[in-house]
Ligand binder design. Structure first.
Ligand SMILES: NC(=O)c1ccc[n+]([C@@H]2O[C@H](COP(=O)([O-])OP(=O)(O)OC[C@H]3O[C@@H](n4cnc5c(N)ncnc54)[C@H](OP(=O)(O)O)[C@@H]3O)[C@@H](O)[C@H]2O)c1
Length: 269
């Protein structure tokens, strides 16, 4: 029987590429998103079905899971992909912006995980792939809020694997480096406080370099391929990097002061 994958945030970028790749590997795909009306291209592909799911709304999570089980008869893997970056000086962020960033990147991912676990536990199988980031293992200037959400995803995922392993449920953490998607454009939210100009020179230096990293990066397909590997390699490996080059090795080997100097040299030049 064909396997079934449920993906959150499948309207663009990594989520959409993952939906398309798994379809070519004979999986049946539940591509969930906030506005399925905009996904006509995915809807035309056989074995991809779209479902409405906003990770910040618990009621909107229960229904698609039930609908996918009714339609496809099973779910083998869930990819917690929905997320975006709140970027800029921390001091300029409103409490509402910070709350929304956590509601989506952290609590949303936890909500979906909590809703799927009873099913996976009953089936005594299942894989949950959480899309963290290289920014969950290190940090970048002006990304303190986004980074903190991805550090939360790392800690949550690593902690959770101890308790669900006994039910044959595996957790995978995917850690993409820069990837060319809507992340750096449409999806990015900037912190902004009226009259606060003290960080402007810093922002003017750092943000273009961060954006440039995104523009010159590979597209979401490379992450989709790594997600495929993570969901099918049969291993107990927890973390999978994508386009992280040697930066995580440098993070490991260098003392903090030397590593921060490297980051500042690259981003604040
Ligand atoms: N691109 C990178 O460089 C990079 C690097 C590391 C990690 N990541 C992570 O990869 C994941 C996917 O991002 P991407 O790069 O593919 O960017 P993207 O193209 O902007 O995709 C983000 C997706 O998340 C969805 N989303 C946002 N809020 C949501 C909510 N409340 N409920 C459901 N879906 C929601 C968006 O839906 P709408 O269409 O409705 O807005 C969109 O489908 C994110 O978790 C991101 O943090 C990206």
């Amino acid at each position: 029987m064909d396997k079934v994958i449920l993906i959150t945030g499948a309207s663009s970028g990594i989520g959409k590429e993952t939906a398309k790749l798994f379809q070519t590997k004979s999986w049946r795909v539940a591509a969930t998103m906030r506005t399925p009306e905009k996904a006509e291209d995915l809807q035309k592909i056989a074995d991809i079905e779209t479902f409405r799911l906003d990770v910040t709304d618990i009621d909107s999570i229960k229904k698609p899971i039930a609908d996918v089980l009714a339609k496809f008869g099973r779910i083998d893997a869930v990819v917690n992909n929905a997320g975006y970056g709140l970027v800029g000086a921390f001091e300029a962020a409103t409490p509402e912006q910070i709350e929304r960033q956590y509601q989506t990147n952290v609590f949303g991912l936890m909500n979906v995980t909590r809703e799927i676990l009873p099913y996976f536990r009953a089936e005594k199988r299942g894989i949950i792939a959480n899309i963290a980031s290289i920014g969950g293992r290190m940090t970048f200037p002006l990304y303190s809020l986004y980074n903190s959400t991805k550090w939360a995803v790392e800690g949550f995922s690593e902690g959770l694997q101890y308790e669900v392993e006994q039910f044959n449920i595996r957790i995978k953490i995917i850690e993409p480096g820069p990837i060319k998607t809507d992340f750096y454009d449409r999806s990015e939210e900037l912190t902004r406080r009226e009259g606060l100009t003290a960080y402007d020179h810093f922002i003017d230096k750092a943000l273009p370099n961060m954006k440039k990293a995104g523009e010159t990066a590979p597209d979401g397909r490379v992450v989709a391929e790594t997600i495929y590997e993570a969901l099918t390699d049969g291993s107990k490996k927890l973390r999978y990097g994508v386009n992280t080059k040697n930066i995580l090795l440098a993070r490991k080997l260098l003392p903090d002061w030397a590593f921060f100097r490297v980051i500042k040299g690259a981003i604040l030049k």
